[in-house]
Design a protein around this ligand. Structure first.
Ligand code: FE
Length: 347
């Protein structure tokens, strides 16, 4: 009798230790690739005592891993850097909808996943980035590149540099343009871009900006933060690049510049939901927004948090018109866009 009581007590102690250990750690699957994020994580641990284990992969890799792991997945938090991937995770049921008054109040409705009838929201956007056009100030006139449509116009033949069409940043942009132009015109536009390419797609966004500065191309497409990073760099080579290129926030006279989102969700099979929600709420706080958005030269999403980022101010501040297309539409157009890309030979 006595022995079994001790055994039970010992078992309970082990259980308590295990439960506590579990409560003190969150597993994050992150597609963010920004060194400035380190402070974001350490500040959370300092404030809460909750340790963060991070697994880094790209958006597609994370979604595939979550599917493969199923109910055995140790993931608590998912951080993705593309709107249509967030949408995909939502549609595939990989996120656990959460109810948080704080997040509902902080993050505008158009920058989160679809809230269900019971009030659960699958994901929240914590920063935005614009997909802008960069051009060679020496050879290209700004008015020839101030809309996305002109990227496919014959007047820009031989000038365009752009990363792979299948990259999520481009799939999201093309999905949005398809919504605005209609399928047939969008496919013509993609074909026009292929005809205008200065070289076959290769490299990331920064490589395209540098190729404009070197004179290899006249026009490039990039996420705003890659340009901002060069603008804030002290390296002479980067300064020379920035000196040579101009930037446009496209489609100011029509639907506005395409914005993408980086956001977060609680994983479907998380066993630490309360702490996971705590982490997402932390991301909406002014100090975390500073790191999450500003650290990577993005715009914060939380209401009342302003960007005072010098590069973003120089680039256009907050004074440009951004599109307001629903994320779900961009996501739903992805498959169609990929088929168009294959048909027009956009690698
Ligand atoms: Fe990126």
């Amino acid at each position: 009798m006595k022995i079994s009581r001790i055994t039970l007590a010992a078992l309970m102690a082990v259980y308590a230790t295990g439960a506590m250990a579990q409560e003190q750690t969150l597993n994050i699957y992150s597609a963010r690739h920004y060194p400035t994020d380190e402070a974001l994580y350490t500040n959370f641990t300092k404030a809460t005592g909750i340790k963060l284990n991070r697994v880094d992969a790209d958006d597609a890799g994370i979604l595939a891993r979550l599917k493969a792991e199923g109910t055995a997945s140790p993931a608590d938090i998912i951080l993705l850097v593309d709107a249509s991937r967030l949408w995909r995770g939502e549609v595939d049921g990989l996120f656990q909808p959460i109810k948080s008054k704080l997040l509902e109040d902080a993050i505008p409705a158009q920058l989160r996943g679809k809230t269900a009838a019971d009030g659960g929201t699958p994901w929240y956007g914590f920063s935005t980035r614009a997909r802008v056009i960069v051009y060679d100030k020496v050879k290209v006139k700004k008015e020839d590149v101030d809309t996305y449509e002109e990227l496919g116009d014959a007047k820009n033949k031989g000038k365009l540099c752009i990363r792979s069409g299948s990259h999520p940043y481009n799939l999201s942009l093309f999905g949005s343009v398809t919504e605005h132009l209609g399928d047939a015109a969008a496919e013509q536009w993609l074909k026009g871009m292929v005809d205008n390419m200065a070289r076959a797609p290769k490299g990331g966004d920064t490589d395209q900006i540098k190729a404009v500065a070197s004179g290899e191309c006249g026009i490039a497409v990039t996420n705003s933060y890659y340009l901002a990073r060069l603008m804030r760099s002290e390296a002479p080579a980067d300064k020379a690049v920035v000196e040579r290129v101009g930037v446009v926030f496209p489609n100011q006279a029509s639907w506005g510049t395409h914005m993408n989102i980086a956001g977060g969700a609680v994983a479907k099979n998380s066993k630490n939901v309360a702490n996971a929600v705590k982490f997402l709420e932390y991301l909406a706080s002014p100090s975390a927004q500073e790191h999450f958005a500003n650290g990577n030269n993005e715009w914060p999403t939380a209401k009342g948090v302003k960007s005072n980022n010098p590069a973003l101010q120089a680039m256009g501040g907050g004074s440009f018109k951004s599109e307001t297309i629903p994320i779900s539409v961009v996501g739903m157009n992805q498959v169609k866009v990929q088929q168009m890309l294959d048909r027009v030979g956009f690698k």
